[in-house]
Design a protein around this ligand. Structure first.
Ligand code: ADP
Length: 484
């Protein structure tokens, strides 16, 4: 089966979050199911730089304000189609925003162009390749199924899937852009792209796709509830039986403590004592007291309200007061960076922070810290707790979304049954987080119990093999009888 995946970020070319990991890993895992995926992404400068050999696959004159072309290239096993549109993407800064300025003012055009191109490929733009299914990720690709629904097609329309990686990002733009975005007047309706008086990119994707997925079964339920549906719960409830959750996997070759080139000491479940050297390296790097017996918590996260980082800041006195330490790697909201920066000074020797994005260091935290904290208010899937499981870095998580689906709480029953893999807390409050920290520290003080938790987490299959099989089943059910 031939599939076109459309995403605004794809690891290892460009990444700001979990979407890139999924878009980069899923195609490789699907290949084992006989599914050939080509991935369409924008030609940001950093993407074009890393392409190497490329061929022009199609010319796209006058694409939302300038001429563009589609480049075909292969990178690390990925079969890429890169949208080279200099007027939209050739600029410094991030994929969505200019440093210090905020979102690019023409993001509507930038990502409409991506979706438009995806729809064109779905309708036969490439003479020698046509997908049976188009898989659109997040709001940036959200208009794809809408363009396919309104577009004239030269043959059978491909099946469509929209995946929501985070409902908080919806891509809403003024209704006045309708014609410029090449959407017909009749599309501005509840049964179209209209969303609270504006054009909703994600709304369009959710409305027009044949099937909607999100990245965990619990999140798929949560977003149908007004409390977590962010204005889209009504539409999502309507999608009910065409909405499902598939938990993300992780790249278990890239994330393997036995072979991880970023670690001072590599280890597996049978040699957990070797983590001690990694822990010491972290304590040194973050300027902490070299206390081998102190429970060392870590955070690898965007520093935002979603991630519950303000709760952690409020819980820090309890964490430190109980003899534990914290190392934090993250970047995000200025007040949180200021708060954690102040805590590192106030609790010198017990709290250390590095602000920024550092992929190797994120591996070192998983390979050296005793536990990883993920106190998110909502979490569609979450990846860092999966890395934690794989690295024997016990996940301490809020019981929401994908965190609820991937960590088994070490309550008495689960411990007795030998199924626990971490610590969950609920509700997502400072008090419940503090209680979870106390509970984790008590578990840590029982080395045999702790080691069993680590070994069990490390034995869990968090690879892409199961999720890829689920996507393959879904793709096949959606294309059955369509003649591919
Ligand atoms: P989200 O996509 O909401 O940010 P996820 O847990 O799904 O959260 O994915 C976050 C990804 O980004 C993980 O791979 C995590 O390791 C990585 N990450 C987050 N912050 C940093 C950072 N400061 N440095 C390195 N990697 C980071």
């Amino acid at each position: 089966m031939q599939v076109l995946s459309v995403a605004s970020e794809v690891y290892p070319l460009v990444k700001t979050g979990g979407l890139a990991d999924v878009a980069g890993a899923l195609p490789l895992a699907l290949a084992r199911h006989g599914i050939h995926v080509r991935t369409l992404l924008p030609g940001y400068p950093r993407v074009l730089e890393r392409l190497g050999e490329r061929a022009e696959a199609a010319a796209l004159p006058d694409l939302f304000g300038g001429d563009a072309r589609l480049l075909a290239a292969r990178v690390g096993g990925l079969d890429l189609l890169v949208l080279d549109a200099p007027h939209l993407y050739d600029r410094p800064g991030g994929p969505y925003a200019a440093p210090g300025v905020g979102d690019w003012p023409d993001n509507a055009q930038r990502f409409a162009a991506l979706a438009w191109t995806a729809a064109a490929i779905g309708q036969g733009l490439l003479p020698d390749w046509r997908p049976a299914l188009v898989h659109a990720h997040d709001w940036q690709a959200g208009l794809t199924p809408a363009y396919l629904a309104y577009g004239r097609t030269l043959g059978p329309r491909p099946a469509t899937v929209t995946t929501v990686h985070n409902l908080a990002f919806q891509g809403q733009y003024p209704a006045s852009l309708l014609a410029e975005l090449r959407l017909p007047p009749e599309s501005f309706a509840v049964d179209g792209v209209e969303y609270y008086g504006a054009i909703g990119f994600l709304k369009a994707g959710l409305h027009f796709a044949d099937h909607v997925t999100t990245v965990s079964p619990t999140y798929a339920q949560e977003i149908q509830d007004p409390a977590s549906g962010m204005g889209l719960d009504g539409l999502l409830r309507k999608r009910g039986d065409t909405l499902s959750g598939i938990v993300n996997g992780i790249d278990d070759a890239e994330w393997d403590p036995a072979t991880d080139r970023h670690l001072a000491e590599r280890y597996d479940a049978g040699s957990l004592e070797r983590r001690a050297a990694n822990k010491r390296a972290l304590q040194e790097r973050f300027g902490l007291d070299l206390r081998p017996d102190a429970p060392l918590f870590c955070v690898v996260s965007r520093l935002t309200w979603q991630k519950g980082m303000d709760l952690l800041l409020a819980a820090l006195p309890e964490l430190v007061g109980n003899g534990a330490q914290l190392v934090l790697l993250g970047s995000g909201d200025t007040p949180l960076e200021t708060g954690f920066g102040g805590a590192a000074v106030h609790y010198a020797g017990a709290v250390g922070c590095i602000f920024g994005y550092d992929e190797p260091l994120s591996h070192q935290l998983q390979g050296g810290a005793d536990a990883i904290l993920v106190p998110s208010r909502f979490e569609p899937c979450g990846l860092t707790q999966l890395y934690g499981l794989r690295y024997g870095c016990i996940p301490v998580v809020a019981r929401v979304g994908g965190l609820a689906d991937t960590v088994v709480d070490a309550n008495d029953a689960a411990l007795a049954d030998g199924v626990a893999t971490g610590v969950q807390f609920s509700p997502v409050t400072v008090g419940a987080l503090v209680a979870a920290l106390h509970r984790t520290i008590r578990l840590y003080r029982q080395p045999e119990v702790w080691r069993a938790l680590q070994a069990r987490g490390m034995s869990r299959d968090v690879s892409w093999s199961r999720p890829a099989a689920q996507y393959a089943t879904l793709y096949k059910s959606l294309t059955a009888g369509r003649g591919d």
